[in-house]
Design a protein around this ligand. Structure first.
Ligand code: T4K
Length: 366
């Protein structure tokens, strides 16, 4: 069979360990609706993140929608277009209007220097993205949000395990959303969470994900966003193996950095001072001096069985579904990075020989 190395590959715990973890589920026949595994994972993540409130969800996207709904806001939400469709669609599907702020050319996250000019009386919240697990300028964003009394919700889908000066990505902002999708550094097959400090908000999120059921058979408006017991069990297993997952990813990441460091025209990810990274993605930006476009390089890699991805192309403000009112040119840095970026294959068990071959292709030695 022809070899195919994809952009990522889900890590899995040893089968026996998962079977052992789900044995209780088979014994109790309690499959979902916040059972024991759900409670155990919530507790374990509270301690992992070091935040008082963790609400689990069926996926990160729903978590983000429920987070916006929990705020009960109307109007505009300032976000970035250099992200997965989910961030923008969560805003739109919540009846809110996205306003796009450009990104910083080094971190690819919301540029705080461009944020204030976009704030109007219609602004209801700020929703930046820790894209690729690179942390936003959390201090500058917190300062602006506080000055304008705006809620700050982070899309931290990629930032599981990332810390700044020892403080978890979960602890920044009023809420932080994590994705536990199969493609993430930590996963529950499908899943997600909202982390926050406010117990009332957390109770609201819990009701929202459970049909709005309240005490004494009263209801508020809600939906169904519950994580099931098999997913929570997968999370409990994967959390035990998380240090190993990070160590393996670090090896791959550093091999890329080492082998691509001197290639003219390739812009590699840079280390953030004071930040403990999670090695979630390895984005490479193809500058003109590389002498070949991003897509030409991607084609050469694919011809040899390597399938990097254009995360994130196009920018979400280029989506035709949003209509004519948005233009990618209004966020020129995001538009340029999006046209030039390629995320290389990166996962725990990616073999050193494959990383070497990918680098040889990018160095035009193969
Ligand atoms: N915000 C941001 C910034 C996000 O990036 C995402 C999701 C969200 C919010 C929403 O979170 P969730 O609702 O998903 O929890 C993938 C993921 O499905 C998605 O979670 C992720 N971001 C996005 C960046 O990537 P696709 O459509 O590119 O996935 P797909 O099916 O092409 O898979 C990519 C590669 O992963 C495959 O080539 C092989 C590998 N893979 C995939 C699956 C499904 C596996 O090894 N095992 C698997 O089970 O979206």
């Amino acid at each position: 069979m022809e070899k195919k190395i994809l952009v990522t590959r889900s890590s899995l715990p040893p089968l026996e360990e998962y079977v052992e973890e789900i044995r209780d589920i088979f014994e109790s026949h309690w499959l979902t609706n916040m059972g024991e595994k759900h409670a155990a994972l919530t507790e374990a993540l509270r301690s992992f993140f070091g935040v008082p409130e963790v609400t689990l969800f069926q996926n990160g996207h729903l978590a983000l929608e429920f987070a916006l709904q929990a705020l009960g806001i109307r109007g505009e939400v300032i976000t970035t277009p250099f992200t997965f469709a989910s961030t923008t669609w969560a805003i739109v599907r919540s009846g809110l209007t996205p306003v796009f702020c450009d990104i910083d050319p080094e971190t690819y996250t919301m540029d705080p220097a461009k944020l204030e000019a976009l704030i109007t009386p219609h602004t209801a919240a700020i929703l930046p993205v820790h894209v690729y697990g690179t942390l936003c300028d959390t201090e500058a964003l917190a300062d602006i949000a506080a000055r304008y009394h705006l809620p700050l919700i982070y899309d931290a889908a990629h930032a599981f395990g990332v810390r700044r000066d020892g403080k978890s990505a979960a602890a920044f902002g009023d809420m932080a959303m994590f994705s536990f999708h199969a493609t993430k550094v930590f996963h529950t097959i499908e899943g997600g969470a909202i982390c926050c400090h406010d117990s009332e908000l957390s109770q609201k999120l819990f009701r929202l994900k459970n049909f709005g059921i309240q005490e004494n058979e009263t209801y508020c408006i809600g939906g169904n966003g519950k994580m099931n017991e098999f997913e929570a069990a997968m999370g409990l297993c994967n959390l035990r193996h998380f240090p190993e997952e990070i160590a393996k990813r670090k090896r791959v990441y550093e091999q890329y950095l080492d082998l691509l460091a001197d290639v003219t025209g390739l812009k590699l990810p840079t280390k953030q001072v004071g930040v403990t990274p999670n090695y979630a993605y390895f984005p490479v930006v193809f500058l003109d001096t590389y002498g070949e476009t991003r897509d030409e390089a991607a084609e050469r890699l694919q011809a040899k069985g390597y399938y990097p991805r254009r995360y994130f192309y196009p920018c979400t403000n280029a989506f035709s579904f949003l209509g004519q009112r948005y233009a990618p040119e209004s966020t020129p840095i995001a538009a340029a990075i999006s046209r030039r970026v390629l995320t290389l294959p990166l996962y725990a068990d990616l073999e050193a020989a494959d990383v070497e071959e990918i680098c040889r292709i990018l160095r035009r030695e193969a």
